[in-house]
Design a binder for this molecule. Structure first.
Ligand code: PEP
Length: 266
C-alpha cells in the first residue's frame, strides 16, 4: 500500500512568537507545494495560534507537541485536545522527552491517544528504546509494550488516523549536534519498523495495520535523510534539531520530494 510521506518538524521548547514567524517565512520561501509529501510543523503551544494565520496551508500543516487527556476542567497549566482541534491536525504523544523528563506513563499516553481521536486529531505515538534497553536486547519487547499500552483504547477503524514514530532515545540529538551525533543504522531502523508493523498487524489485522505511517526520528540531517527515507517500511521522518534550521529542514523536505519523483505546484 502506498502511504503519503510525512515530514514532521518538532521545534520543542524553542523560538518565541517572532522567531517562529520568521522561520515559517523562510520555510515558505523555500518549500514548494508537494502533493505527495505532507509537511507538518510542531511549534510551541504559544505560537500555534499566530502561525495558523500565517502558514500557507497548501504547504504546511500544524501539530502540537502534547495535549492533555481530559477535554476541560480544573487542570492548571494544561491544554486539551479539544482546545487544539481547530488549530492543528496532529499531536505528538509520548515523546521520549515527555516519558523520561516528565514521567509520563503508558496509561496517560493511552488516554492522550484516545483524547486526540475523540477530538478528530491524529496522534503521532512516539515509541523507542533507551541505550541500555538496546544493549540488553530488549528493543522488541519495549516496542511491543509501548504499542500495546499506548494503543490500548484504539480500534482497527482508528488506525487510518494514527502515525507511529520510532525514536530510539540513544539516537536523538541534543538539538545542536544532529550532524555528528551517533545515528541509527538503516538495518536497525528497518528491523524496528518491521517489529512495529508486525505488532500492529497482530493487534488490528493486516488491512488496518497497512494504513499506519511509521516515521523515523533521531539526528536526521540533510545528508542522511534520503537514506532513511529509502528504508523499507519507513514512511517519513520526525526531525528535531534540523527542523530549526531552514536550510536543513527544506533540504530534508526536498529529499522526500525527490523520492516521490516530483509533482510540485510552484
Ligand atoms: C526528536 O526529539 O523528536 C528528534 C527527532 O530530535 P533530533 O532530530 O534532534 O534527534
Amino acid at each position: 500500500m502506498k502511504r503519503r510521506i510525512l515530514i514532521a518538524g518538532n521545534w520543542k521548547m524553542h523560538l518565541n512568537t517572532s522567531q517562529a514567524s520568521m522561520l515559517v517565512h523562510r520555510l515558505q520561501e523555500r518549500i514548494k507545494i508537494y502533493r505527495d509529501v505532507e509537511v507538518v510543523l510542531f511549534p510551541s503551544m504559544l505560537t500555534l495560534q499566530p502561525l495558523s494565520m500565517q502558514i500557507d496551508r497548501r504547504k504546511f500543516r500544524l501539530g502540537a507537541q502534547n495535549a492533555f487527556y481530559e477535554d476541560e476542567g480544573a487542570f492548571t497549566g494544561e491544554v486539551s485536545a479539544t482546545m487544539l482541534r481547530d488549530l492543528v491536525h496532529y499531536v505528538l504523544i509520548g515523546h521520549s522527552e515527555r516519558r523520561h523528563n516528565f514521567h509520563e506513563t503508558d496509561k496517560e499516553i493511552a488516554k492522550k491517544v484516545a483524547a486526540c481521536l475523540r477530538n478528530d486529531l491524529s496522534p503521532i505515538l512516539c515509541v523507542g528504546e533507551t541505550k541500555s534497553e538496546r544493549l540488553a536486547k530488549e528493543t522488541k519487547q519495549v516496542l511491543h509494550d509501548q504499542l500495546h499500552a499506548g494503543l490500548s483504547s484504539v480500534v482497527a477503524s482508528d488506525l487510518k488516523d494514527i502515525v507511529i514514530a520510532y525514536e530510539p532515545t540513544w539516537a536523538l540529538s541534543d538539538g545542536h549536534n544532529y550532524k555528528d551525533h551517533v545515528i541509527a543504522k538503516p538495518d536497525q531502523i528497518a528491523e524496528a519498523a518491521a517489529v512495529i508493523r508486525r505488532n500492529l498487524t497482530h493487534m488490528f489485522g493486516e488491512r488496518a495495520a497497512a494504513k499506519v505511517r511509521i516515521l523515523y526520528g533521531g539526528s536526521t540531517n540533510p545528508e542522511v535523510a534520503r537514506s532513511y527515507l529509502d528504508i523499507e517500511g519507513i514512511d517519513g521522518l520526525l526531525v528535531g534539531g534540523a527542523s530549526l534550521n531552514y536550510h536543513h529542514f527544506s533540504a530534508i523536505v526536498e529529499a522526500a520530494y525527490r523520492l516521490t519523483g516530483g509533482n510540485s505546484n510552484g
